[in-house]
Each structure stands twice: as C-alpha cells, then as structure tokens.
Design a protein around this ligand. Structure first.
Ligand code: UDP
Ligand code: MG
Length: 317
C-alpha cells in the first residue's frame, strides 16, 4: 500500500549511502528542490550501509524533520548491491529511481524520466552521453565489459547506464521475486524486460568525498556480473578441450608417421614440455572457473539473508 493520502502517484528515490556525511546536506537540498516541483508525492528511502562516519545521525536528523525521508540502517557494511536491494524491498512507490548519494546522477533528470513514464514507458534508462569525466582506462574497460557481457549473456544490459533509471512498480515487483544472493543489480534490473526508453546526461564529478570503488573492486564486480548471468565461460572449456584433443590427435598421427618413416628420434623434450605445460595451464584455468561457479552454488545453497537491518525509521507499522 502506498502511504500517501492523496491520489497522486508516489515516486520513491532509492539511495544507498556508505560514509556519505559530506554530501548528505547538499544531496537532500538538490533533490528536494527537484522533487517538490513534480506533480507527484515522493519518498526518499535511504539505506545506511553500515557507515562509520555520522551518516546515520545526519539521516536521523533529516528524517525527523521530513516524514518523506525514510531510513533503513544496516548492522554493518554489506555493499552497494544489498543496499539497493533493501531499498527496493522497503520502498512503496508507483515508480522507483535508484540514485547515488554523491549527485553523480543529476536529479534534474528526474523530470525527463517522469515525462517518459507518463508516456507509458515502464523503464527509463539514464544513459551517460559520454564518459569524459572518467579516466581513459576506466572508459575502455567499461566498454570492453559491456560488449563482453552482452555477447555472453542472454540478458542484454545497455552500455553506459548505471543504476540510475526509473522503474515502474510492476518491474520492481518482478525484481523483488528474483531470489539470487549474488546481486548484480545492473543485470537484475534488466532481466524483467518491459517497455523501455533512454534519456541522456553528462555525468558530473562526485560532489564531495571520494569513490568507494577502486580498480580491483570493479574488476571483481565485472567478473561476478558475468558469472551470474552467463555459463558461457565454463562452456568454452568444452570447445577448447575439443580443439586441443583434435590438435593432439593430428600431432599424434604426425609423430607416429614420422617414427615409422624415419625411425626413432630421441629429441622429444621440447614438444613434451610444451604439451605438458600448456595442458596443465588450461586445466588449472578451467578448474578455477569451475570453482567460481561451485562457489556461487554454495553461496546460494547457504541461503543467508542479503542484509541485516538494525533499525528502520519513517516506515509505517
Ligand atoms: N555505496 C554503498 N555501499 C558501499 C559502497 C558504496 O551503499 O559499500 C554507495 C555510495 O554511498 C554511493 C553509491 O553507492 O551512494 C555509489 O558509490 P560511489 O560514488 O563510491 O561509486 P562510483 O560513483 O565511484 O561508482
Ligand atoms: Mg559516485
């Protein structure tokens, strides 16, 4: 049930926050400015992802002055994806927009998103028109990631679209039913499908504070994304195995013929080493890959909750 008395539609902003005390004041100021000009009711669902600064205190202050600001506070840091999942679980809006706290997702864009939603689109992606504010490395690796992901997975994700997007309630209801523990939200958000469109924006630099994601975290994030949406890497083992078997078979015929025709040749050290090392490398690689997927099965089977909520503020009942 939506908790608004009027018959206006309710928009939920979903904001994961980890040590964001430096941006919280400017975030609320900017966002409220935009939201109050909409012909909608709104709620801002903030998830405090186990911050170690005074993010929670600030959130409590703001929510006590404004009932539309609601807070879910985790018992520790669970990561952005679980925080987003929690926000989706708690929000009650007719449309929902996940948004970063650091104002890198410009709130002004909400107007355009709502307009598209009114036109009847169920998902409105906010796409970065360019990646000028990123380093060359990040820009290129991001591009490779999207093309690799989309070539391997059945669920296509649009390039240069972050979590910032509008989703109709019916899309969110499908996402809430997805049971997996490994939450690659970019993929999960796209999995339900529905009618979608795109609005473009330039991504500004972070308003305050610094990014919580370094290259190593992003690399692991990319691996985990591919492994949760594709079994193609494991399947490549079959093809590689077939290829190597065929090649060894041909090589075998070659060696045997050579021996029969020209007699025994002792110098086989090089070819033997090459074969042993090459095969050993391939086997280890795919053993690791199998481990990755088995690890995932293990994680799902344990079925631990995605996050632990310590307290909530501003929600009904
Ligand atoms: N975030 C979170 N938990 C984490 C890391 C990040 O909730 O463990 C939040 C963070 O507070 C911000 C959003 O996720 O609202 C995006 O983080 P950040 O700006 O550091 O990422 P970037 O923009 O560099 O990708
Ligand atoms: Mg950011």
């Amino acid at each position: 049930m939506s908790n608004n008395a009027s018959d206006k539609k309710l928009l939920s902003l979903l904001v994961p926050m980890y040590n964001e005390s430096s941006v919280i004041p400017i975030f609320f100021e900017t966002v409220t400015e935009v939201l109050t000009t909409l012909k909608l009711d709104y709620e801002i669902v903030c998830v405090n992802d186990g911050s170690t600064d005074n993010t929670l205190q600030l959130l409590l202050e703001y929510s006590s002055n404004d009932p539309r600001i609601k807070v879910v506070s985790f018992s520790r840091n669970f990561g952005k994806e679980p925080a987003m999942t929690a926000a989706l679980d708690y929000a009650t809006g007719d449309a929902m927009i996940p948004i970063d706290a650091d104002l890198q997702d410009p709130p002004e864009l909400i107007h355009e998103m709502i307009a598209k939603w009114d036109e009847g689109f169920d998902v409105v992606y906010a796409k970065r028109a360019s990646r000028e504010t990123d380093t060359v490395i990040k820009r290129n690796t991001a591009m490779w990631f999207y093309s690799l992901f989309n070539s391997m997975s059945d669920t296509d994700i649009p390039a240069n679209v972050g979590d910032y997007r509008l989703m109709d309630k019916k899309v969110v209801e499908v996402i809430r039913k997805l049971p997996e523990k490994d939450r690659f939200m970019k993929g999960l958000f796209c999995w339900p499908g529905f009618k979608n469109t795109t609005v473009e924006f330039e991504r500004p630099l972070r308003a305050e504070g610094e990014t919580k994601f370094n290259m190593w975290k992003l690399w692991n994030f990319a691996l985990s994304g591919i492994a949760s949406f594709s079994t193609m890497p494991i399947r490549m083992g079959i093809y590689l195995g077939l290829f190597i078997s065929a090649a060894s078979f041909l090589y075998g015929i070659f060696i045997i013929s050579k021996t029969v025709l020209f007699g025994v040749d002792v110098a086989g050290y090089a070819s033997m080493m090459v074969a042993v090392l090459f095969l050993g490398g391939i086997q280890l690689f795919f053993l690791g890959l199998m481990g990755e997927y088995i690890g995932r099965i293990y994680k799902e089977v344990k079925n631990r909750p995605l996050y632990v909520v310590e307290r909530t503020i501003g929600f009904e009942q």
